[in-house]
Structure formats: structure tokens, C-alpha cells
Design a protein around this ligand. Structure first.
Ligand SMILES: Nc1ncnc2c1ncn2[C@@H]1O[C@H](COP(=O)(O)OP(=O)(O)O)[C@@H](O)[C@H]1O
Ligand SMILES: Cc1ncc(COP(=O)(O)OP(=O)(O)O)c(N)n1
Length: 276
């Protein structure tokens, strides 16, 4: 069997629940070969982030070249990119190697409140990276920051999605994990041709959701690498993250990691459905 090669460009989470570690676990579980470019090293556990050390730009460049010169990257995702210089460098190399099927997870702030992207770097994300992406996957606060629109109902979510599409990205997927007042974790996709998809799963009452966004975008990249359509990839990514949330590991005293191995044997697939 030909194993598709997939790349994550993101930060390291020493706690293993988010970042590069979550991405590689997800790739492995979904039967693609994971490679990585590490942009920053965080000291982090389920209680929060205590330090962030950006990787020097020349080393990030060497990592990108090491991947680009030897691997056939079928899809890639970006996560924590930390600053504008890193974003510009990453965008330059994505163009240089003509890497397709780019998922941008616009990681800005960790659930514990730590900043994972410098404020002034949002501009570079919008100008340099989003025009290269097949899909950008903000959570609700990130979609609000990228669009300058507060999301409080379906209408404002649509408005924010359209504003983000105007940056040149081909598809926008607003994740609903932060919509805590709803009984559903509802994720919304819109593309530049007006195609809309809405996927719903029951919202779980749990604090074991550390790294859900990283896991979700890594699953999307894995399925894109296998040639799946957005409709199929979105569904599998949602099933994967839902199984990971629904079968917790109870690790750590704070926001615990999800269970990346749960999808293999999960029984909750039927509770997820397209409502649009
Ligand atoms: N409590 C929950 N119950 C069910 N699904 C959830 C829950 N929290 C997040 N999700 C799902 O996890 C994925 C990641 O969403 P989200 O938590 O919003 O991203 P992020 O980690 O970037 O903040 C989405 O598919 C979302 O619907
Ligand atoms: C190194 C690193 N990258 C990304 C995140 C944020 O991950 P996310 O999936 O958005 O999950 P939470 O932080 O919201 O739990 C991170 N914490 N660390």
C-alpha cells in the first residue's frame, strides 16, 4: 500500500495533547506518514503554557528544505506559527515546493489563555498564508479576530465566513467548540462558490478538550492527502475528534488531552450528522 506523506508545520507541546504531538498521533491513526517542521517549543501541560521558545528562522528554513528535497507531500497543515517572519518564510516555501492541499489552523491563543501568535502577525497570516490555503479552520474567537465581526448567531457566523473568504482562501471552516450555550458542537464550512456544509455532534460536558483544533485540522490534512473530497474529509475529521473527546484518558489535573486512539474502535460515529 502506498503511504501518503503529510506535513505539519507547528509548535511542540511538551504535554503531548496539542501541537506537533497531536498532529503526528492523528496522522499515524489515519494511516498517513507524518513529517514535521517545528516552529516553536512550548513548555506546556494540562494546566497551561509556562514558556515559549521560537525556533531560529534559519533552522525552520533548513527543516522546510529537508522535507521539500526528499518527500512527496500530498497535504499539509499549519498550526502555531508564532510570528510574522515565520509565516512569511513558511508561505515562501509552500510556494517554492508547490505544496497543495494546505489546511491553515490559525492558532492564536491556547485554551489556558497563553498567546501562541504575536498580535501583529495576524496581518501576515491573512496576506501571505490564507491565499495559499484550501481550508482555514478557525475556532469562534479566531474567526472573530480574522474577520473583525462578533459571532453571536448564524447570520453573524455567515458574515464572518464571507469576510474571511475575501482574503483569498478557498474554504473556511468555523469550528463550534467554543459555542458553549448550544447542545451541539456545530462546525460550519463555506467555500468561495457558496457551497455550505454544517456538521453537528452532541456537545460533551468535559474539560478534556486540549488540542481538539490541532487534531481536527491534522485529520483534515490526512484525508485530503488520501484524495478525499471536503465533504468526506470533514466528516472523518469530525468523527475522529468526537471519538477522541468522547473517550477521555483522564491525564493531568487541568484541560486534559483527547484520546487519539479512540477512533479505531469508536462506537459514537452514528451521532454525527450533516444538517446542511
Ligand atoms: N465539548 C465538545 N463536545 C463535542 N465536540 C467538541 C467539543 N469541543 C470541541 N469540539 C469539536 O472539536 C473540534 C475543534 O473545535 P474547537 O474546540 O472549537 O477548536 P480549538 O481547539 O481550535 O479551540 C470541532 O469539531 C468542535 O466541534
Ligand atoms: C504548541 C501548541 N500548538 C497549538 C495549541 C493550541 O491547540 P488547540 O488545538 O487550539 O487546543 P487548545 O490549546 O485550545 O486546547 C497549543 N496549545 N500548543
Amino acid at each position: 500500500m502506498e503511504l501518503k506523506q503529510v506535513l505539519t508545520i507547528a509548535g511542540s507541546d511538551s504535554g503531548g495533547g496539542a501541537g506537533i504531538q497531536a498532529d503526528i498521533k492523528t496522522f499515524q491513526e489515519l494511516s498517513v506518514f507524518g513529517t514535521s517542521v517545528i516552529t516553536a517549543v512550548t513548555a506546556q501541560n494540562t494546566l497551561g503554557v509556562t514558556d515559549v521558545a521560537p525556533v531560529p528562522l534559519n533552522n525552520i528554513q533548513k527543516q522546510l528544505e529537508a522535507i521539500g528535497e526528499d518527500f512527496e507531500i500530498a497535504a499539509l497543515k499549519t498550526g502555531m506559527l508564532f510570528d510574522a517572519e515565520t509565516i512569511e518564510l513558511v508561505a515562501k516555501y509552500i510556494k517554492h515546493y508547490n505544496w497543495q492541499n494546505l489546511i491553515v489552523d490559525p492558532v492564536m491563543i491556547a485554551k489556558g489563555g497563553a498567546s501562541l501568535l504575536k498580535e501583529e502577525a495576524s496581518e501576515a497570516l491573512i496576506m501571505d498564508l490564507l491565499p495559499l490555503a484550501a481550508v482555514v479552520t478557525p475556532n469562534i474567537p479566531e474567526a472573530e479576530a480574522l474577520s473583525n465581526i462578533r459571532i453571536h448567531d448564524e447570520e453573524s457566523r455567515m458574515e464572518a465566513a464571507k469576510a474571511i473568504l475575501s482574503t483569498g482562501v478557498r474554504g473556511i471552516l468555523i469550528k463550534g467548540g467554543h459555542g458553549k450555550e448550544s447542545d451541539f458542537a456545530e462546525d460550519f464550512y463555506l467555500d468561495r462558490h457558496g457551497r455550505m456544509l454544517i456538521l453537528r455532534a452532541p456537545r460533551k460536558k468535559t474539560n478534556q478538550t486540549h488540542g481538539t483544533g490541532c487534531t481536527f485540522s491534522a485529520a483534515l490534512a490526512a484525508e485530503f492527502a488520501k484524495g478525499k473530497s471536503i465533504e468526506e474529509a470533514f466528516f472523518i475529521a469530525k468523527q475522529f475528534v468526537h471519538a477522541a473527546i468522547t473517550n477521555p484518558l483522564n491525564i493531568g489535573a487541568g484541560h486534559g488531552p483527547t484520546n487519539h486512539a479512540a477512533y479505531r474502535s469508536n462506537s459514537s460515529k452514528e451521532s454525527i450528522q450533516y444538517v446542511q
